[in-house]
Structure formats: structure tokens, C-alpha cells
Design a protein around this ligand. Structure first.
Ligand code: SAJ
Length: 438
């Protein structure tokens, strides 16, 4: 089948779509193509996950507006069926791959999952199929790893026998369906003709801009946009510490700086978590061969040091009351990596709890969204010395501080996310705000 014939099949919704990897990226994409009227096959190695979805149950934790209802409806109509059997991919016309692409402790990309999916797919790949990688990749991976792996395992030639492209995902937990529909996407085709057909494919579910380019540029866009954000956050964190040194307030400073045209200083905080920002900068610089990036790794180090900095602020406050960390009881408020989310991946709170416990302190964890930490906050604060706000959950903006502080042994509050504008004057507490001496 020629590319234009494939394009017609997509336009007529006669193309069979297959999605490999039914996680927080793949599953919503599979549901949206099924909802758009395509016969859609979901493929995953996890039989339990496949069974759950085929029963119409959404396996993804957390608050994802519309997703559970969509999983139920597209499985009821059988537009979406899921399997662990890769052989069924032989009938697909367009196949996307959304498997995890982590980095290891040396910050190097780990492509085991991707290579395994590619090899298994290659063994059953039919000619004229369009294969699109949605996983985030270090620049150069498409031509260095993806294309040769598929060609070796299928015996087919990319670009002529089958078609290949990269369209990096831009999802955000809590807004999965919305982001897939509304976010602009970069379409990287092995050839411009393939990029054109990819555009027709994504037009079926995406309302944002679809910008075509080559596969290398598409790999660079995703890793660069997240490295950019990480550097921006690190800048805010570094300025926050300078403000602490000189006795200024970074939150006021940020507002005034951003009144200057072309400035957009982000927010300092207890650190940077999540599935992409801590990882993607490393994917980007892992492709640097002759250059030696220093700004991007330094920004990573600044952000990774913030949990320790919050412990430093807490330790200082405790020492003013003659309390050593090893004798202190501390309540950590917030364990998710992001406000009003239950997602704890790479959470800075995890780092804070680890360093604080290793300093000998007793640490209780509270988080209204994370099932393991939803016990009573009133009980937790009893006899505590410090409450440390690590995540800007809405719930923490309306706490009854009078009541909470009344049962504490020492009344220290450390706010690393500028959650509290100002404590009522009637409240006696030693209040520490990250980035401010006020
Ligand atoms: N954070 C700060 N200060 C800030 C912004 C974020 O400390 O000013 C921290 C957050 O607390 C969190 C981490 O950084 O721990 C990441 O926050 P995020 O707002 O970047 O949320 P993510 O990790 O879900 O980022 C995703 C990214 N999207 C994709 O990778 C497709 C990112 O590129 C988007 O900019 C972000 O969503 C978004 O704003 O939607």
C-alpha cells in the first residue's frame, strides 16, 4: 500500500490503529482513536492491565477527568480491544509505541523496554505499516536505535517497506485527555511524505497545531522544552536562596521582575518531581558528544538540592528552640510531586523525608491525595515540633492553624511553596518561608 493509500484509509477511518504501551500516555491515545471511530488494538505486556481495560475498567490511578467513562464506552462498543499478543499487530495499519524511556543512576537513557517492544513488533511487522514512537527519546535515538532495530527484526526497509516517525507525547497527569486533544504536537517524519501522513493521523484526535519536521528535531523539541523548564525552575530556586541571604522576599521579587517585558521567572520550591522534568534534561545532554553541557546539569543539581535546603531551613528553625534534628518530630505536608495530584513519581517530598529521617528526626507524612498518607493531620501534629509544607495542595491553604498549633510541642511552620500568605496575627508561631526572611 502506498503512503497516499494509507492516508486515504486514515481519512476514511478504515485504518486499524494499534497502541503499544497502555500507560498514562498510550491508554488515553487508544481511547481517543477508538472514540474517533477507528478499530483500535491496545497492546501491553501486563496481562492484568489488559484484562482490566477489556472489562471497561480504567487502570490509571488519580483524577483524570473523563478517562474512566471513555475506557468503559470504547470497550463496550468494542472499538477498543486489548491484548498481550503482539501477533495481532500484523493487521494494524498505524502503530504507536508509548513505553517508558527512563534514565539510570548515571543519567544515561535505558532503552530496554523500547528495544524489547521494537524487536517483538519487528517480528510481526507487515509491510506498508506506519510506526510512530511517542516515547521521549534522546536526540539521535530514532536513527541510531529505533530504525535499525525495526529493520533488523522485520527484514523490511524503513521509508520504503514500512513508514517511521516520532511524535513525542506532551501529556500531564490530571489533564491526560485534555492535553492529548488540545496541546500542539511536533510531527517528526523519516521523510516529509511520512510526516504528511502522520499529520492526517493525528488530525483525527488533536485540535492543537501539528508542526511537521524531521525525526531528530522532534526528539530535540521534547527534551529541550523540558530542559528549558528545569533550568527556569533552577534559576528561581537559586535566586530564592540569594533572597534568604540578603533578607528579601523572592515571591515579591518574582512578581516585580515579571512586570518587566519578556520575563517569566517561575516559582522556587522544595524541588522538581514528576515523570519528565527530572529525566528529559539528561536525555537531551546524553547526546552531546563534543560539547560538554554545564548549565543543564547544574540546573538539575540545584533543583535536586532543594529538599536538602528545606531541611536546612527546618534545622535552623529547630535550633533556635534548642532542638536537634535527632530529637525532633516533623510533619511533612504533601507527598505528591505536584499540587492537587496523587502522582508521587520522583517526588521531592520523598527526598526530603529520606534526608530528614537519615538525620535522625521522626517524620510523619500527610497527603490528602496519596492513599498511604491520608491519616488525620490533627493526630499527626500532636507533639510535633515543625510542620513543613512541601506541596501546594489546595487543602493546605485553608488549614485551621490555631487548632493545629495548639497541640504541637514547638510551633514551627516551614512553607516551601508560598502556600500561606500570612498567618493571623493572633497566632504564635515561628514561621519560615522559603526564599524569604519575612
Ligand atoms: N515546579 C516548580 N516550580 C515551577 C514549576 C514547577 O518547582 O515554577 C515543580 C513542580 O512542583 C513539580 C515539577 O516542578 O514538582 C514539575 O512540574 P510541572 O509543572 O513541570 O509538571 P509536569 O512535570 O507534569 O510537566 C509537564 C511537562 N509536560 C510534558 O512533559 C509533556 C512540562 O513540559 C509542561 O510544561 C508541564 O507539564 C505543564 O506545564 O503542563
Amino acid at each position: 500500500m502506498t503512503l497516499s493509500a494509507l492516508q486515504d484509509k486514515i481519512t476514511n477511518k478504515e485504518a486499524t490503529v494499534a497502541i503499544i504501551g497502555l500507560g498514562y500516555v498510550g491508554l488515553p491515545v487508544a481511547c481517543m482513536f477508538a472514540k474517533a471511530g477507528f478499530k483500535t488494538l491496545g497492546v501491553d505486556i501486563d496481562q492484568a492491565r489488559v484484562d482490566k481495560i477489556n472489562q471497561g475498567i480504567n487502570p490509571i490511578e488519580g483524577i483524570e477527568p473523563g478517562l474512566s467513562e471513555l475506557v468503559q464506552s470504547v470497550t463496550e462498543t468494542q472499538n477498543l480491544t486489548c491484548t498481550t499478543d503482539y501477533a495481532m499487530l500484523a493487521d494494524a495499519d498505524v502503530i504507536t509505541i508509548s513505553v517508558q524511556t527512563p534514565v539510570d543512576s548515571d543519567h544515561q537513557p535505558r532503552y530496554e523496554h523500547l528495544k524489547s517492544a521494537l524487536t517483538t513488533l519487528g517480528n510481526v511487522l507487515s509491510a506498508d505499516t506506519l510506526v510512530i514512537i511517542e516515547s521521549t527519546l534522546s536526540p539521535g535515538t530514532m536513527t541510531r536505535i529505533v530504525q535499525p532495530t525495526l529493520e533488523a527484526s522485520s527484514g523490511l526497509q524503513a521509508g520504503t517497506d514500512f513508514y517511521l516517525g516520532h511524535c513525542p507525547e506532551r501529556v500531564m497527569p490530571g489533564r491526560l485527555l485534555h492535553n492529548i486533544q488540545m496541546m500542539n504536537r511536533v510531527i517528526g517524519g523519516l521523510t516529509p511524505e511520512i510526516a504528511k501522513v502522520m499529520t492526517t493521523f493525528y488530525q483525527q484526535i488533536v485540535q492543537g497545531d501539528l508542526d511537521t519536521t524531521d525525526v531528530l528535531t522532534a526528539e530535540l523539541v521534547k527534551t529541550t522544552e523540558n530542559a528549558y523548564r528545569d533550568v527556569q525552575i533552577a534559576f528561581a530556586n537559586e535566586v530564592a536562596q540569594i533572597c534568604e541571604d540578603v533578607g528579601a522576599d523572592v515571591w515579591e521579587l518574582r512578581q516585580l521582575v515579571n512586570k518587566s517585558p519578556g520575563r517569566n521567572m517561575l516559582y522556587p520550591g522544595a524541588g522538581v518531581g514528576g515523570h519528565c522534568i527530572p529525566k528529559d534534561p539528561w536525555l537531551l545532554i546524553s547526546s552531546a558528544t563534543h560539547s560538554t553541557p554545564s548549565l543543564i546539569p547544574t540546573a538539575r543539581a540545584v533543583n535536586a538540592s532543594m529538599p536538602q535546603h528545606v531541611l536546612h531551613l527546618t534545622e535552623n528553625a529547630l535550633s533556635k528552640h534548642g532542638i536537634a534534628l535527632k530529637d525532633a518530630k516533623i510533619v511533612a505536608l504533601g507527598y505528591a510531586y505536584l499540587e492537587n495530584s496523587d502522582d508521587t513519581r520522583n517526588s521531592p517530598s520523598e527526598a526530603f523525608v529520606q534526608v530528614t529521617r537519615s538525620a535522625g528526626a521522626e517524620v510523619c507524612i500527610h497527603d490528602p491525595y496519596v492513599p498511604a498518607y491520608q491519616q488525620s493531620l490533627d493526630d499527626m501534629v500532636h507533639n510535633a515540633d515543625a510542620l513543613v509544607i512541601l506541596v501546594a495542595h489546595d487543602m493546605y491553604k485553608t488549614l485551621d492553624w490555631q487548632s493545629l498549633l495548639s497541640t504541637m510541642r514547638t510551633t514551627i511552620i516551614v512553607d516551601s511553596r508560598n502556600v500561606i500568605d500570612a498567618l493571623p496575627a493572633t497566632i504564635e508561631a515561628d514561621f519560615v518561608r522559603l526564599g524569604s526572611q519575612k
